[in-house]
Write a protein that binds this ligand. Sequence first.
Ligand SMILES: [Zn+2]
Length: 308
Amino acid sequence: MTELCNAHTHLELSDLGRVCPQTPTSFPNWVGGLVWSVRNRKLEQYRAAVMLGIEALQACGTSHVHDITNTWVSVEPLLNSGLQGCVYLEVLGQKRERGLERLKEATGRITDLRRAHAGNPMRVGLSLHSTWSCHPDMLRQGAEWCRENKVPLCIHVAESPAETEMLLTGGVKELGWIRTQIGRSLSMLPMSAPRLRPVPYLAVLGVLDARPLLVHAVQVDDEEIDTLARARCAVVHCPRSNALLSCGRMRLEAFLAAEVPVYLGTDSRASSPDLDIRAEAAAAKRMQTGKVDAEKIDAMLAPLNSEP
Ligand SMILES: [Zn+2]
């Protein structure tokens, strides 16, 4: 295959292999460790990590990448890398006013970048970080803006059992040391709960109308898979990250049966042993043995064709 797509990365974390668990840990525990390890990080460190990440992608023959950048420093290096795909400027925030302000800043920057780099094979999009880390008005307005302006949108959704618990109850029992170590700087704190599971929550907010690229989609039932199929959303499967963060096995066979397009992503070096998408495919084959044929998993290495 000449084209090889890694559909989910965070290249600005490519130097954080030390944060990647050696054996499975819980998602809240991992988030706590990650936030702690980047607490004093400088933008130059993020920039250097992006360059490391781009080198790693090119070294294993990757032609396409879909990268999320929380600091927005990945944008310029990726636009200049010759790689194809999309770089998504990420926003998050549980506080409404601050979150919407950040969203406005992002949409302005994305508009400028898309105008200045219209012919670039690397597109520029928006990432609303996740269901639990963005105020509902950010999710609603961000998705609406993407839909109206035909801008690619990417969201982490239905990743961990903790996410579902948070949305249903407003809190996560297993915060323990995380809260005492990190306190208010960690967004994973009790919020006003929509009392909906992740996929129905996005559907009710109208987010699925923007046909976002949905990352993980592990904690889903059959009805929710049907919802995603009807919304014509694509999903990204990151099996090694899911295993290391105890998120469970994605029901790949059910997504394929519902004809939902599925792609493979490594996720960041903070939750993946490397950025080699062929190694991810090999892991997917091991984890999905008896459920999904190997050739079907190989087909998930192709570039995305479901653009908004
Ligand atoms: Zn991710």
